[in-house]
Design a protein around this ligand. Structure first.
Ligand code: TRP
Length: 450
């Protein structure tokens, strides 16, 4: 197998560029859609707290682990495991990661397509073109799903073909500040609407009777998905990182950005659900639980935008779906980059070609899913709910018992001079060797057997 010299793999131009790209990977539909709906259907603040604990105790250590593996090996996930140990099993963990990336991307583009099509649904509704609006809003229409998935994939391929600094870094540097701006303005608007208080109460007042094993699993799954962990996305992004940068600090910023934006999205969505209810929109389904998933974002919220009405309703509606599209795009970029980097490193294909081929391959899967959207839940369950924590578990075992935490700490020393005095690092080693794998394993075993 031909391997390109590492010099041609690309690097991040600036530290901020890297942090925004990694935060862009993290911040996605997972934050603005999945987090608020998981929170809503799992007892509000109780879920929020368990989620924060999962992020701190498991997400952050695993993120530092992935970045160290990536920067040390300067390879895609498959090449990385091969470079750092002679063990024949672990490259398969990399293959699993690449596969998870491909499969998650195949349905993620469809949901991303929905968010983008709803920008037009809002515009058509405003213009009184209800026929066109209802065609676009129909998720059962495979052709519409396929067209918007294609559009989204084309954008993603275009950016990945541009390369690490001229493609990914430039695009995310532009999109992330815009995303944050729209989110903050919209949140401020919603929080001060009369009637928002009920939503804020459910979001911020914990009901600990809701904490069940299933809630913990949901929170852990959400932490992995939201931080983009467990499939080597951050091994790949870490492989483009300069030795000058401090991995631990960077991981802290990325986690903070991800959690901060998820929290803000909750402040936006939870009150919005209750505003919609006050306007007579049904927010519970037949068995009394919150309408979550697509219904929440694509039915409840548009009804609210329609009730706001006029140009203001249009602006709020378009901004909201544009915000979601931006968040989704910075995430599809990272999902496509992983298999692309694999093809570049391991099969010696040039980036432009690799991005196109991999993108078209994933698009083929997306086309099938476009016409069979019921597949989404199954693929999501196998490759994200199970797949990502499983990948995370194996990454912990790899560092703890094969590559060794000491080697990872050596890697972290680059760009982190005071690491010797840092008690955090011995804590990190204990977490990666014992605490993270045990907790993840318990939760996974429970899920598989229930
Ligand atoms: N983190 C993204 C979100 O919250 C999704 C995502 C992008 C992802 N890249 C990933 C999830 C890699 C797992 C692994 O929407």
């Amino acid at each position: 197998m031909a391997t390109n010299p590492s010099t041609s793999r690309g690097t991040w131009n600036t530290k901020l560029g890297f942090i925004l790209a990694a935060a862009g990977s993290a911040v996605g539909l997972g934050n603005i859609w999945r987090f608020p709906t998981e929170t809503a259907s799992n007892g509000g603040a109780a879920f929020l707290i368990v989620y924060l604990v999962c992020v701190l105790l498991i997400g952050l250590p695993v993120m530092i682990a992935e970045l160290s593996i990536g920067r040390s090996s300067k390879k895609n996930p498959v090449g990385a495991f091969r470079a750092l140990s002679n063990n024949k099993f672990f490259p398969l963990v990399g293959v699993w990661g690449v596969l998870c990336g491909v499969m998650i991307l195949s349905f993620y583009t469809i949901i991303a397509g929905w968010t983008f099509s709803h920008v037009f649904v809002e515009i058509f509704t405003f213009a009184g073109m209800d026929g066109a609006a209802s065609i676009l809003a129909d998720f059962g229409n495979g052709y519409v799903n396929a067209i918007f998935a294609l559009l989204f994939m084309a954008l993603t391929i275009g950016i990945i073909r541009g390369g690490v600094s001229d493609g990914i870094e430039k695009a995310t540097k532009l999109m992330m500040p815009l995303l944050i701006l729209i989110l903050v303005v919209m949140t401020l608007f919603v929080v001060f609407q009369p009637g928002a208080a009920e939503g804020l109460r459910v979001y911020l007042m914990p009901d600990f009777s809701m904490v069940t094993p299933n809630l913990v699993l949901a929170a852990l799954g959400q932490a992995f998905f939201s931080l983009s962990l467990g499939m080597g996305a951050l091994i790949t992004y870490g492989s483009y990182l300069s030795k000058k940068e401090n991995i631990v600090e960077a991981a802290g910023y990325v986690t903070l950005a991800d959690v901060g934006i998820a929290f803000l999205a909750g402040l936006l969505i939870m009150p919005t659900i209750f505003l919609a209810q006050a306007q007579g929109v049904e927010i519970y389904d037949a068995d009394g639980s919150f309408l979550a998933g697509p219904a929440l974002i694509f039915q409840i919220l548009p009804e609210l935008f329609a009730q706001i009405g006029g140009v203001l309703g249009l602006i709020v509606g378009v901004s909201f779906f544009f915000l979601l599209s931006l968040a989704a795009l910075t995430s599809t970029i990272s999902l496509l980059e992983v298999p692309t980097a694999y093809v570049i490193d391991e099969h010696g294909v040039k980036r432009k070609k690799a991005a196109l081929y991999v993108g078209l391959f994933v698009l083929t899967l997306s086309m099938i899913i476009s016409f069979n959207t019921a597949l989404i839940d199954t693929i999501d369950f196998i490759f994200s709910v199970i797949g990502l924590p499983l990948g995370g578990l194996l990454i912990c075992i790899f560092i703890g018992y094969f590559w060794k935490t000491q080697s990872a700490v050596e890697e972290m020393k680059n760009g982190f001079k005071d690491i010797k005095n840092s008690r955090l690092i011995s804590l990190w080693s204990i977490f990666i060797k014992y605490i993270c794998p045990i907790i993840i394993a318990i939760i996974l075993i429970r899920t598989i057997f229930s």
